[in-house]
Design a protein around this ligand. Structure first.
Ligand code: NAD
Ligand code: IPM
Ligand code: MN
Length: 361
C-alpha cells in the first residue's frame, strides 16, 4: 500500500463542510486504488485567528510543507472583515501560497452540465485558466494607505512582475496547452500597464520554444466579454494574479456555478495546494447547502497533479459526472426536473459512485 500525508485546512464558513466531504471521497477513491492517507487537520484563516490570534500559525505552515499535498476549504467571514490587514483571514491564505511557493494556479472549467448559458454556447467548453499566484498586485510593494500633502487619505498598490516570474508561469502554460489542444491565449492589459508590456514580451519570446503551440494575446476587458460570448474559442488561458482571480470566477459560471470549479496550485518542487476557487460563502454556511463538487474535484486534482495517482483521480471525476447526469443538484445548480440535495447527500452519492467506477485508464 502507498501511504500519503495530507494536510487538511478546512478554514471558515462552508470550508469545514466541503472539506469533510472531500476527505471521505478521497479516502474512498484511495482505498479502491491501494492508497492509504494519513490526514493532519490544521487551522487557517478566521478559525486560526480565533484559536491562536494569527491567520497562519507556524504549525500549520510547517505541517503543510512536510506533507505530500494540502487540501484547503475556504477562509474569511464577516467576523474578521474589519481586522487590520495582517490579521485578516485572507492574509493567511496569501502567506500559505507564498510559503509553499505555489506560483502556478490551474483552474479548469469543464463540466458544463449545469450551465446557465445557452446550451449551444456552453456545450463542449473545456478551458484551463493558468493564473500566476504569488506575484503581481497582490504582493507588490509599495502598498498601503497614507495621508498625502493635502491631508487626504490615499490607498495604493503596485502591480509588479519580474521577468523570471513571467517566464516560469508562461512555461507552465505552454506545457499545459501542449498537453491539451495546443492553443494558448495570454491575457493582459498591455495597452495601459508596463507590467503587462513586459508580460507580453516575455510570453511572445517563449513561443519560439513551443512551435507546436498556437499563441494569441488578448486584452483582459475583451477576454471577459469573449468568455461569455463564445467560451469554446479558448483552450488554455495564461494571465496574472488579479486578472486570473476575476476571469476564473467568470469562467466558473460557464459550468453553472462557482461551487463547481476546482484548482491546483503548484510549485517547482514541494507539495501542491488544492482548493475550490470559491470563498467561505458565509451566507449559506452551516446550512448543508454548499455545493461540495468544487472541493471534491480539487481532491481529484490533488490525486492527479499532487500525487500522480491518475486512476483514483479519474474515479472521482467520473463519479461527479454520473451524479450530475443522475440529476443530483445542490441549490446553486438546481433547476426544475432535477433532484435538490444538500451538501452531505451530494457527497454521499459521489462516494457511492466512486465505488462503482471502473476507470478506463
Ligand atoms: P464566495 O465565493 O464565498 O461567495 C459568493 C457567492 O457564491 C455567495 O452567494 C455564495 O453563497 C456562493 N457560493 C460560493 N461557494 C459556493 C458553493 N460551494 N456552493 C454554493 N454556493 C456557493 O465569495 P464572497 O462572498 O465574495 O466572499 C466571502 C468570503 O470568502 C470573504 O471573506 C472572502 O475574502 C472569502 N474568499 C475566500 C476564498 C478562498 O478561501 N480561497 C475565495 C474567495 C473569497
Ligand atoms: C481566490 C480568492 C483569494 C484570491 C482571496 C480570498 C485572497 O478570491 O482564491 O480566488 O484573491 O486569490
Ligand atoms: Mn477569487
Amino acid at each position: 500500500k502507498k501511504r500519503y500525508n495530507i494536510t487538511l485546512l478546512p478554514g471558515d464558513g462552508i470550508g469545514p463542510e466541503v472539506v469533510s466531504i472531500a476527505k471521505n471521497v478521497l479516502q474512498q477513491a484511495g482505498s479502491l486504488e491501494g492508497l492509504e492517507f494519513s490526514f493532519q487537520e490544521m487551522p487557517i484563516g478566521g478559525a486560526a485567528l480565533d484559536l491562536v490570534g494569527v491567520p497562519l500559525p507556524e504549525e500549520t505552515i510547517s505541517s503543510a510543507k512536510e506533507s505530500d499535498a494540502v487540501l484547503l476549504g475556504a477562509i474569511g467571514g464577516y467576523k474578521w472583515d474589519n481586522n487590520e490587514k495582517h490579521l485578516r483571514p485572507e492574509k493567511g491564505l496569501l502567506q500559505l501560497r507564498a510559503g509553499l511557493k505555489v506560483f502556478a494556479n490551474l483552474r479548469p472549467a469543464t463540466l458544463v452540465d449545469a450551465s446557465t448559458l445557452k446550451r449551444e454556447v456552453a456545450e463542449g467548453v473545456d478551458l484551463m485558466v493558468v493564473r500566476e499566484l504569488t506575484g503581481g498586485i497582490y504582493f507588490g510593494e509599495p502598498r498601503g494607505i497614507k495621508t498625502n500633502e493635502n491631508g487626504e487619505e490615499v490607498g495604493f498598490n503596485t502591480e509588479v512582475y519580474a521577468a523570471h516570474e513571467i517566464d516560469r508561469i508562461a512555461r507552465v502554460a505552454f506545457e499545459t496547452a501542449r498537453k491539451r489542444r495546443g492553443k494558448l491565449c495570454s491575457v493582459d492589459k498591455a495597452n495601459v500597464l508596463e507590467a503587462s508590456v513586459l508580460w507580453r514580451k516575455i510570453v511572445t519570446a517563449l513561443a519560439a520554444e513551443y512551435p507546436d503551440v498556437e499563441l494569441t494575446h488578448m486584452y483582459v476587458d475583451n477576454a471577459a466579454m469573449q468568455l461569455v460570448r463564445d467560451p469554446k474559442q479558448f483552450d488554455t488561458i495564461v494571465t496574472n494574479n488579479i486578472f486570473g482571480d476575476i476571469l476564473s470566477d467568470e469562467a466558473s459560471m460557464i459550468t453553472g456555478s462557482i461551487g463547481m470549479l476546482p484548482s491546483a496550485s503548484l510549485s517547482d518542487s514541494g507539495p501542491g495546494l488544492f482548493e475550490p476557487i470559491h470563498g467561505s460563502a458565509p451566507d449559506i454556511a452551516g446550512q448543508d447547502k454548499a455545493n461540495p463538487l468544487a472541493t471534491i474535484l480539487s481532491a481529484a486534482m490533488l490525486l492527479k497533479y499532487g500525487l500522480g495517482e491518475e486512476k483514483a483521480a479519474k474515479r472521482i471525476e467520473e463519479a461527479v459526472l454520473v451524479a450530475l447526469n443522475k440529476g443530483f443538484r445542490t441549490g446553486d445548480i438546481y433547476s426544475a426536473g432535477t433532484k435538490l440535495v444538500g451538501c452531505k447527500e451530494m457527497g454521499e452519492e459521489v462516494c457511492k459512485l466512486v465505488d462503482k467506477m471502473m476507470p478506463s485508464t
